[in-house]
Design a protein around this ligand. Sequence first.
Ligand code: GSH
Length: 200
Amino acid sequence: MMKLFLSPTSPFARKVKVALMEKNLIREVEEIRVDPWSSPAELVQANPLCQVPTLVTDEGLALANSDSILAWLEHHTPQPALLPSGDPERGHAMAIAAQAQGLMQYTVDIVLERRRPTAQRSVTFTDRRMAAIMRVVTALGGEWMPIPGFGIDGIGVACALGYLDLRLPEYPWREVSPELARWYAGVVSRPSLKASAPPT
Ligand SMILES: N[C@@H](CCC(=O)N[C@@H](CS)C(=O)NCC(=O)O)C(=O)O
């Protein structure tokens, strides 16, 4: 049985859980809830980076990094496909997924910055991250709208937006990008997204 180290609020871990559900693999995985910040011994042993998500395969291979895990899963269980096989859709899906990955990473950056003691916080850094978040949200509602279906791009974007709602609820992304809000409303009740939603 595969093992997935995850935490309930990590948007990166959510991506992997959603992909496992969309590929009907979730029953083949034991979920191990951890707090990576407390450096639990079993996570450190499996993954020296001590991050969630970490997927340990049946062969004992420990994969870190949500995008690497999704790529491995796509190869391990090609159907249902989460990445289009043809051009230009494949490239578009990868480009959008990369923006979504950056969007969640930048949101995490702001969360971590806010947790630092006031004197150590950098307003310049937070402002730079926030400006990029706003650009990405606009782009995702326009030329980089997730492609039809629900593959790596849609999974990434949905998890990034769910994380924005959780961590930056004051940022009105739905007003900034009504098209993206409409897209999100159309996917958010998928069983994979409901089952992996962060606690509110
Ligand atoms: N690039 C990684 C990022 C994973 C990540 O940053 N995970 C966070 C939780 S949201 C974590 O485990 N942080 C603990 C640490 O960085 O020490 C991915 O895509 O999976």
